[in-house]
Design a protein around this ligand. Structure first.
Ligand code: NAD
Length: 350
C-alpha cells in the first residue's frame, strides 16, 4: 500500500426517489433558515416552485439569472440580490450552472448552500467555485462554497433529454477517470471513482428509465465526491479552457475530450494498476477500449467541431492550456501534446 494523505470533506447527502419533495424542508429546518434565496433557471422554475411550496413563506426570493460558467456580472447581481433581501440560506435547484451561481454568492457571504442537483455535473459535492470574466474562467477552492446538504432525487433527472443525460453522465465519468491519476488521489477516492464509473456505465446502458436515473445519479454523486478530494488535472484544465474561452457546452466538451486524455495517459506505468481496475469497472479489455465501446453504444458526442469549436480557435485554446503548465499529470505534458489532444478532439479522431 502506497502512503497517502486524505482530507475528507464534510456534508450531508440524502439520496432517494422522492427525497426532494419529502426532505427539503427538514434540511432548511436544520439550518434554521427563515429567508431562503432559491436559485433556478427559467426551465427549472416550475419545479423549484413545486419543491418549495411547503415552505414558501420562508422563501425570500427566487433568483433566475443563471447563466453557464457564472459570468462576473451575474455574480455581482446575485450577491447584490442576496444583500438586498437579507437572505440567510441559499437553495440551488438545477444543474452545475445553478449550483455554481449559489456557490459564488456563498463565497463572499459565507451563507450555507443546500443543493438539489438535476444533472450529473457533480458541483454540489465540491468546494470549487468558478466565475468567468472576459472569456477567461477562473476557479478556486473554498470550503465556504461546499454545500452543507445535498438532496439527490433520481425523479428529478428523468426530464433530462437523452442527449444531455449522456453527455452529463460522461462529464461525471471524466471526474471518475481523472480522480484516478491526480496527485491527491488516494485509495478512498479511487474506490469512489471506480464504483462511480461502474454505476455510470450501468446507468448509461440501462433500458429502464428509473434504474438508469438512479444509477446515473449515484454514479454522479461518487464522481463528484472523488473529484472534490482528488482534484482536477489535465483533462479538466483543457475543458475549462474550452468552456470559459469559447463558451462551449460544459458536459459535451467533457464527453468529447475524455477519451483523448485517457488515450494519452493510459500507457503511463505510474497508473497501470488504476487503469486495469478502470477497465474492469467498465467491463472491457483496456480502459480506453471499454470507454470507446460505451461511447459507441450510447451515441456519445465525438468531436469538438460538432459542439461549437472553430478550427481557428485551436491555437488560442492551446495557448490558454499552455499558460497553466506545468500540469501535474502521469505523463509529461508540453505544448505539442496539448496541441495533439486538441486537434484530435476537434476532429474526433482517436
Ligand atoms: P447546466 O447547469 O448549464 O445545465 C444544462 C442545461 O440543462 C440547462 O439548459 C438546464 O436548464 C438544463 N437542465 C438541467 N437539469 C435538467 C433536467 N433535470 N431536465 C431537463 N433539463 C435540465 O449544465 P451542467 O452540465 O449541469 O453544469 C455545467 C456547469 O457546472 C459549468 O459551468 C461547470 O463549470 C460547472 N461545474 C462546476 C463544478 C465544480 O466543482 N465547481 C463541477 C462540475 C460542473
Amino acid at each position: 500500500m502506497r502512503a497517502f494523505d486524505y482530507e475528507a470533506l464534510p456534508g450531508r447527502v440524502i439520496f432517494g426517489s422522492g427525497a426532494s419533495r419529502e426532505r427539503l424542508g427538514d434540511e432548511l429546518d436544520r439550518l434554521n433558515a427563515q429567508r431562503v434565496m432559491v436559485f433556478a433557471t427559467d426551465r427549472e422554475l416550475a419545479l423549484a416552485e413545486e419543491l418549495v411550496a411547503p415552505f414558501r413563506d420562508r422563501v425570500a426570493l427566487v433568483y433566475g439569472n443563471v447563466l453557464p460558467h457564472v459570468p462576473a456580472e451575474v455574480a455581482t447581481d446575485a450577491r447584490a440580490a442576496a444583500r438586498e433581501h437579507t437572505v440567510d440560506a441559499l437553495l440551488s435547484i438545477g444543474g452545475g450552472s445553478t449550483t455554481g451561481t449559489a456557490k459564488i454568492v456563498a463565497l463572499t457571504t459565507a451563507l450555507p448552500v443546500v443543493a438539489v442537483p438535476t444533472t450529473y455535473a457533480g458541483s454540489e459535492m465540491t468546494p470549487v467555485w468558478g466565475m468567468t470574466t472576459d472569456a477567461r474562467k477562473e476557479t478556486g477552492i473554498d470550503r465556504k462554497v461546499l454545500p452543507v446538504s445535498v438532496v439527490y432525487d433520481p425523479e428529478l433527472v428523468q426530464t433530462l433529454p437523452r442527449e444531455l443525460a449522456v453527455s452529463s453522465a460522461l462529464n461525471a465519468m471524466a471526474h471518475c477517470v481523472e480522480a484516478l491519476w491526480t496527485p491527491k488521489a488516494n485509495p478512498v477516492t479511487s474506490l469512489q471513482a471506480l464504483d462511480g464509473a461502474a454505476a455510470l456505465a450501468r446507468g448509461l446502458r440501462a433500458t429502464d428509465s428509473s434504474t438508469s436515473c438512479s444509477e446515473l445519479l449515484y454514479g454522479a454523486y461518487l464522481a463528484g465526491a472523488a473529484f472534490a478530494v482528488a482534484g482536477s488535472g489535465l483533462h479538466h484544465k483543457i475543458c475549462h479552457a474550452l468552456g470559459g474561452g469559447f463558451n462551449l457546452p460544459h458536459a459535451e466538451t467533457h464527453a468529447v475530450v475524455l477519451p483523448h486524455v485517457l488515450a494519452f495517459n493510459e500507457s503511463s506505468e505510474a497508473i497501470s494498476d488504476e487503469m486495469t481496475r478502470l477497465a474492469e469497472a467498465l467491463s472491457g479489455s483496456s480502459a480506453s477500449q471499454a470507454l470507446a465501446s460505451l461511447y459507441d453504444e450510447v451515441g456519445a458526442p465525438r468531436a469538438l467541431s460538432q459542439v461549437g469549436l472553430k478550427e481557428e480557435h485551436l491555437e488560442e485554446a492551446a495557448d490558454i492550456v499552455v499558460a497553466k503548465l506545468p500540469i501535474d499529470n502521469p505523463r509529461q505534458v508540453d505544448r505539442a501534446r496539448i496541441e495533439d489532444i486538441l486537434r484530435n478532439a476537434y476532429e474526433g479522431i482517436l
